[in-house]
Design a protein around this ligand. Structure first.
Ligand code: GLC
Length: 447
């Protein structure tokens, strides 16, 4: 059965979730604007033919940017009763209210695509000029505040900052965080099947960290020194790295003739140094035994030995050697053999693999998209094609769910989900009009 027949179209899903220039991931469960969701969703608006709306998504996300450059993981544009922890728990005093952590900055890479693939050149140039300075400050913030010792490996302070909330990678580091010492009421488990959501054990620690940030007034030095959770997240490192490369390319190519290299010369110099540090520093995270990269608990000083999609994202960043890429390509074959509906967030052979529970085994389409791009760029077209087909099968089996059971293809989590619809529009089943306009502008399809 084709699940799309009796469901909303992908474009309708975006329209349903549009709350006025920003798109909620899904109604009810996630009623605000999320950082990497917004970026991925902008690609959906682009592919649906609404370029102005795509750029608007980015502008509205940047309304939440802090003075220090951070772009938060949630921007609370409006009120909603259905989400915990809301703005009052984060306690960030600014307008619009926001959370106090960030998320994988896929934003810059998306802006490069919006700029290159947009048909309305005047709009693209105007919007790039308006948004680029903020995104440069965002990347400078990441390297400055999250890698003050110049290891080349930025760190995260919360599992939510990875966007892969409940990944087995974070089990070890989270055990070093005490539980929060207060009562609270979760909203998520009333909205979706609790067996797909994190346990109370994790939530108690998630909320402890939220309070910890507030109590320490978000002071960068104090957090780096004292945060009980400090992890070098290989996915964050990889996505940041590619975003920085894309930002530099946008400035150097300067297709809009904005004089970007002159205006941002110092920033670009600093970002290039950061790229060089990561190219070297990331090698400390390679596991020859497992054949992929790993995250690292920077407090306990141990590698987190779990084979997850995070550890393959260095392909997207272009920071793996050719030999490392081959090893990861081999791993992917086996991965898809055992769980065919998208590359599962955790390798199916892992003892912690749970095909339905949040980030412990289901598949997410935007991660699959990044993996397919990485494979293609390393010359592994066969793997890239397989990933794309496996992702198409998820949509065919279940429609626009938040994520998918990687063994059965069943849709899980929230329904009518923006980033899944966006990936369908942009990557998996693009409308003919979008494919034709890409072909006319000479943009090649990545996979
Ligand atoms: C969950 C996901 C995260 C996503 C958010 C909104 O927290 O783990 O990656 O950004 O939901 O969709």
């Amino acid at each position: 059965m084709n699940a799309k027949l009796d469901a909303l179209s992908a474009h309708d899903v975006l329209k349903l979730n549009d709350l006025g220039g920003y798109t909620v991931p899904t109604r009810g469960l996630y009623p605000f604007q999320w950082n990497w969701d917004a970026a991925i969703t902008a690609l959906g608006w682009l592919a649906a033919g609404d370029e102005a709306r795509a750029w608007r998504e980015i502008e509205r996300l940047l309304e939440g940017q802090w003075d220090n450059g951070m772009v938060p993981h949630i921007v609370f544009h409006g009120d909603a009763e259905t989400y915990f922890p809301g703005p009052e728990v984060w306690g960030v005093k600014r307008s619009p209210a926001t959370s106090a952590i960030s998320q994988p900055p896929v934003l810059a890479s998306v802006m490069k695509l919006l700029f290159e693939e947009g048909r309305d050149r005047r709009l693209a140039e105007e919007k790039l000029a308006a948004t680029l300075p903020g995104v440069i400050r965002y990347h400078l913030w990441f390297y400055r505040d999250r890698d003050p010792e110049h290891t080349g490996r930025v760190c995260s302070y919360h599992p939510w900052e990875s966007g892969m909330d409940n990944s087995p990678q974070w089990d070890g580091p989270l055990a070093g965080v005490p539980p929060v010492d207060a009562e609270y009421v979760r909203r998520d488990t009333g909205l979706v099947d609790p067996s797909e959501r994190p346990h109370k054990y994790e939530y108690d620690r998630y909320i402890y960290l939220v309070k910890f940030f507030q109590q320490n007034e978000h002071d960068a030095e104090v957090l780096y020194r004292d945060c009980p959770y400090r992890v070098e997240d290989i996915s964050l490192i990889s996505i940041l790295h590619r975003g920085t490369r894309d930002l530099i390319a946008l400035c150097e190519e300067d297709a809009a003739g904005l004089g970007l290299v002159n205006t941002h010369g110092e920033a670009l110099y600093s970002l290039k140094q950061s790229l060089a540090r990561t190219e070297e520093g990331v090698q400390a995270l390679w596991s020859d035994e497992l054949g992929c990269f790993l995250s690292r608990d920077a407090r306990a000083n141990v590698l987190l030995e779990h084979v997850t999609t995070a550890g393959i994202l260095p392909l997207f960043a272009g920071i793996a050697s050719g030999a490392q890429a081959q090893r990861m390509g081999g791993l992917l074959e086996d991965w898809l053999e055992q769980a065919p509906f998208g590359v599962a967030s955790t390798h199916p052979a892992s003892t912690r693999f749970e095909p339905k529970r949040y980030w412990r085994g289901p598949s997410w389409l935007h991660i699959n998209w990044m993996l397919a791009i990485g494979c293609e760029e390393y010359g592994m077209s066969r793997e890239a094609d397989r990933i794309k087909q496996a992702s198409q099968q998820c949509i065919a089996a279940a429609g626009y769910y938040e994520y998918f059971n990687s063994v059965t293809g069943e849709g899980c989590g929230g329904r009518d989900f923006s980033w899944t619809a966006a990936m369908d529009l942009y990557w998996l089943n693009p409308l003919e009009s979008f494919t034709a306009s890409k072909a006319a502008s000479g943009v090649e399809e990545v996979s």
